[in-house]
Design a protein around this ligand. Structure first.
Ligand SMILES: [Ca+2]
Length: 153
């Protein structure tokens, strides 16, 4: 092996190593939503657990991909209404509409606050709505879910 080939081999090995974190990274929207809604705060290894902001937050299947639940469809409608909008802004606009996508009587934002699934009526907070709403307001209400300025995409 001549020196050029050896260098090329080393460069390729470096590229493979560099691309490994990308392969392990969470999908972009999942990552952004978890951070914007503060679900990343309690567990420094949250990206590895699979339990924080699971794919079924928006998708029908546990592995994500085509097929969205009622909340995922709300986001998709938001993107259709605001073509080219940033994900963080669309997410915030859907939450500030105070809708209840899955019809389980808990608004989507409150479900995120309670860490239940806003697109699955079988996943709902165990506390009375009024109690949860009051705690949510004390914690900062909808404003705590506003997208970070200048960074969300
Ligand atoms: Ca629900």
């Amino acid at each position: 092996m001549d020196r050029v080939t050896a260098r090329l081999g080393a460069a390729l090995a470096g590229l493979v190593l560099l691309s490994a974190p990308a392969a392990l990274a969470l999908p972009k929207y999942r990552l952004q939503a978890a951070q914007q809604l503060g679900h990343d705060r309690d567990d420094p290894l949250w990206q590895l657990s699979g339990r924080v902001m699971p794919c079924v937050t928006c998708h029908l299947r546990p592995q994500g991909g085509e097929g969205w639940n009622a909340f995922g469809e709300s986001l998709r409608a938001g993107f259709r209404q605001h073509p080219g909008a940033k994900f963080g802004d669309v997410l915030y606009s859907v939450l500030t509409a105070e809708a209840d996508a899955d019809g389980d009587s808990y608004p989507d934002a409150l479900e995120f606050y309670a860490r239940t699934l806003p697109g699955d009526p079988n996943s709902r907070p165990q506390r009375p709505l009024a109690d949860l709403q009051a705690e949510f307001e004390r914690a900062g209400g909808l404003k705590q879910y506003a997208p970070p300025k200048g960074t969300a995409r």
